[in-house]
Design a binder for this molecule. Structure first.
Ligand SMILES: *Cc1c(COP(=O)(O)O)cnc(C)c1O
Length: 369
């Protein structure tokens, strides 16, 4: 008997048409590609110093056979204490990227307008599109600073969501207090402002705290933060959303999977919060290295955007995709940017001093070779 032909099942057209997320190479793939074991992984903005030693201690006491707490009660209580926000307004996620998805699922309807910055974070677009949104982008200025008037003009169109990552990924600058306040006064009551502060811990002391600025407004907002970057827990997947009100938090929580934050991630995040001193000292060391790499880049006559993050966005003056092989041959993974107008840019994470030296040498070789 011949098998009947399988009919292709209809797919959700929004999901079937999604652009891929540009996740880049992992260390094993890079090792295979260049045949060397000592890979400098500078494409994902992880913490080169690892994480607090309190995390390993906490993980050693874990019982993996029990389901994790779906409400993340202990973690949310610790965050509430740290931030001065009631736990009812905090939702923990499997990385803050899950919270981007949950916010979209909670708010976006087919045809909703969702706005974001370009160049920007791919998931702001992907998760909006997955829910049937129409996505519009606001460019950065030629000097790679935020274009505040253009952001305000977009807000006048009253999008359902405006995603703003400040500090910006991939560019690096953060909105100063005056710019942020101008933007906040332009947010309509119908618009949810999502301030993605994945790099909050790396900002200079004179930069505004988004949570504090938003708390004094009556707009609807979400602030996203993560344990992946400054706290060094990228592999465990834990981040969180702080919301303007408990109703919004309930909608975001309803849009996530029930046991989204696994037990290891929950205890690790609590332990990391308990050792802020480790995080702060690793940030101090990282900023020193960031200044050193930025100086070396400038000395080569290349320009990097001002950075309030743990990475630099550098115009290498040639197609960045084809420079990828050069860096890989030196055992270095960087992120070539692919958005239109930025094809000569790479985003490079600030690594350990040795990794940064290797990056500087490879960049010099590329630009003088
Ligand atoms: C890294 C990053 C995130 C996501 O981090 P998680 O690991 O999912 O917590 C979110 N937004 C921006 C802008 C980022 O750079």
């Amino acid at each position: 008997m011949t098998k009947p032909l399988r009919i292709e099942i209809p797919l959700n057209p929004h999901v079937a048409a999604l652009p891929p997320y540009n996740a880049g190479l992992n260390i094993a793939a890079a090792q295979k590609h260049c045949g060397r074991p000592d890979i400098a992984a500078l494409a994902s903005n992880e913490n080169p110093a690892g994480c607090s030693p309190h995390v390993a201690v906490a993980l050693a006491g874990l019982n993996p056979s029990r389901y994790s707490d779906p409400a993340c009660t202990t973690l949310r209580a610790a965050l509430s204490h740290k931030l001065g926000i009631p736990p009812e307004r905090i939702v923990a996620g499997n990385g803050s990227e899950e919270m981007i998805a949950a916010v979209c699922r909670a708010v976006v309807c087919p045809g909703s307008l969702v706005a974001m910055i370009s160049p920007g974070f791919g998931l702001h677009e992907i998760e909006a599109l997955a829910n049937g949104a129409w996505v519009e982008k606001v460019g950065m200025q030629p000097n790679l600073d935020f274009d505040v008037p253009a952001i305000i003009a977009m807000l006048a169109r009253q999008p359902a969501i405006f995603f703003l990552s400040s500090p910006s990924n991939p560019v690096g600058p953060a909105l100063d207090g005056e710019s942020l306040n101008r933007i906040l006064t332009a947010v309509a009551p119908q618009t949810l402002l999502v301030l993605d502060e994945a790099y909050f811990e790396f900002t200079d002391d004179d930069m505004p705290d988004g949570l504090a600025a938003l708390s004094s407004t009556n707009i609807s907002w979400v602030v996203l933060r993560t344990f992946s970057k400054a706290y060094g827990l990228a592999g465990l997947r834990v981040g969180y959303a702080v919301t303007s009100d408990a109703r919004l938090a309930r909608a975001v929580a309803a849009a996530k999977t029930p046991f989204n934050v696994n037990a290891a991630a929950q205890v690790a995040a609590v332990a990391a919060l308990d050792d802020e001193a480790w995080m702060r000292s690793s940030v101090v060391a990282l900023k020193r290295e960031r200044a050193r790499v930025a100086d070396a880049v400038a000395f080569m006559g290349l320009s990097a955007a001002r950075s309030q993050t743990n990475f630099l966005f550098i115009d290498i003056g040639r197609d960045s995709q084809s420079a990828l092989d050069h860096f890989l041959s030196q055992g270095i993974i960087v992120k070539p940017w692919k958005e239109e107008g930025y094809e000569t840019f790479i985003r490079v994470t600030i690594g350990s001093p040795t990794e940064n030296d290797r990056f500087i040498d490879a960049l010099r070789m590329l630009t003088t070779g």
